[in-house]
Design a protein around this ligand. Structure first.
Ligand SMILES: NC(=O)c1ccc[n+]([C@@H]2O[C@H](COP(=O)([O-])OP(=O)(O)OC[C@H]3O[C@@H](n4cnc5c(N)ncnc54)[C@H](O)[C@@H]3O)[C@@H](O)[C@H]2O)c1
Ligand SMILES: O=c1ccn([C@@H]2O[C@H](COP(=O)(O)OP(=O)(O)O[C@H]3O[C@H](CO)[C@H](O)[C@H](O)[C@H]3O)[C@@H](O)[C@H]2O)c(=O)[nH]1
Length: 327
């Protein structure tokens, strides 16, 4: 299939392109490089552009005879969304509407969408697809609005939509070709690795007084290659006029303190850290029940071990090219 991958120069989108190409598909990347990298586009053509540019997007869809759109492009930082909600609603909601105009105009009827556990509110149990979605930050609300738009377009226009709600993406391509490369790096595991590498003086632990076993936030980490595999599987689940959503995680709740311990064990280096105030918008705990994805998509995570995720991320970060860019 010919697949338009918006955000394919980013962390998860680039890994999805690799998996799609390995499965015999043809990924075409559309990305404006606001947080992604040209060097991460290696598995098909690259078009530099904004998802909100309807004319360009429609032309790309027609030129490459696109069957399916995989929509990764978004603004995706919880903390930033609290400070700049305007950016999040513009890119994640208005941007999606523009993209969907082009998709309809070009007669493309299939979409896979990157959603998030941030569309759920705080929960004290593993979160299933039918749990109440009550986001507590603008990022999560923008993604929930996007889900609702897709569901309404499926019902009204016959669009086939599969929504994949990732929990916390982690790790990197075991071949070392791709990895997480954000500037500044705000995600927990790479931030802890930077502290272990001596490239940050310390890791700030945002809140040590949460109602969790050790007082720090709990998340469910899922390997980026397992997320990529889920996208390949999702292609077979798209049905005209239907909206389907799947939660993707390993079902293991891991705290920030536990991440520090495992990063120290995997790297063999200390992670200096200090307690800092809570980060606005952070739910105490988010852990997935991904049984529907296993059952209906046949999704079987290959890299469910946390140490392996940290090891792959560390191998990528300590590789010569990346280290040279960081130091
Ligand atoms: N990283 C996570 O843990 C996580 C968890 C849940 C959901 N998600 C979602 O997965 C998707 C990918 O996240 P990521 O971690 O790879 O982020 P990323 O920032 O690495 O990738 C996003 C890519 O989209 C591009 N982009 C953004 N806005 C664009 C626009 N208007 N036009 C064209 N390109 C644009 C960026 O340049 C970048 O290459 C996002 O939709 C995010 O909300 C991520
Ligand atoms: O330097 C840091 C970075 C993070 N954290 C904590 O570690 C946890 C995980 O934070 P991340 O920023 O790594 O990830 P988030 O859970 O905020 O966000 C990620 O998962 C979200 C779903 O919750 C979104 O989908 C988003 O795209 C993706 O970045 C949070 O409790 C955060 O406060 C720290 O203590 N110190």
């Amino acid at each position: 299939m010919n697949i338009l991958v918006t955000g394919g120069a980013g962390f998860i989108g680039s890994h999805a392109c690799k998996a799609l190409a390995a499965a015999g598909h043809h990924p075409v990347v559309l990305d404006d490089l606001r947080t992604g990298h040209r060097r991460a586009v290696r598995f098909g053509p690259f078009v530099e552009g904004d998802i909100a540019d309807r004319i360009k997007v429609e032309a790309v869809l027609r030129e490459h005879r696109i069957d399916t759109v995989m929509h990764f492009a978004a603004s995706a930082y919880v903390g930033e969304s609290v400070l700049r909600p305007d950016l999040y609603y513009a890119n994640n909601v208005a941007g999606l509407l523009a993209l969907l105009d082009a998709v309809r105009a070009a007669g493309v009827g299939r979409i896979v969408f990157s959603s998030t556990c941030a569309t759920f509110g705080p929960a004290d149990h593993k979160i299933g697809e039918n749990d109440r979605q009550a986001p507590i930050n603008p990022y999560g609300r923008s993604k929930l609005m996007a889900e609702r738009i897709l569901a309404d377009y499926a019902a009204a226009f016959g669009l086939g939509a599969v929504v994949l709600r990732y929990f916390n993406a982690a790790g990197s391509d075991p071949d070392g070709e791709l990895g997480e490369d954000h500037d500044p790096e705000t995600h927990l595991i790479p931030a802890a690795l930077l502290a272990a590498a001596g490239l940050r003086p310390h890791l700030d632990v945002f809140g040590i007084d949460y109602p969790t076993p050790d007082g720090t936030c709990v998340r469910d980490f899922v390997h980026v290659c397992d997320l990529a595999d889920a996208h390949v599987a999702a292609l077979g689940a798209i049905e005209p006029g239907l909206f389907k959503a799947f939660n993707l995680g390993n079902g293991d709740g891991i705290s920030v303190r536990q991440i520090i311990d495992r990063v120290e064990a995997v790297t063999g280096r200390p992670v200096p850290w200090r307690a800092s105030p809570r980060r606005p918008g952070d739910p105490p705990s988010l852990v997935a029940d991904a049984s529907a994805a296993r059952r209906e998509l046949g999704w079987i995570p290959r890299f469910g071990e946390l140490d392996e995720m940290i090891g792959h991320a560390w191998a990528y970060m300590s590789g010569p090219g990346r280290m040279a860019r960081l130091s």
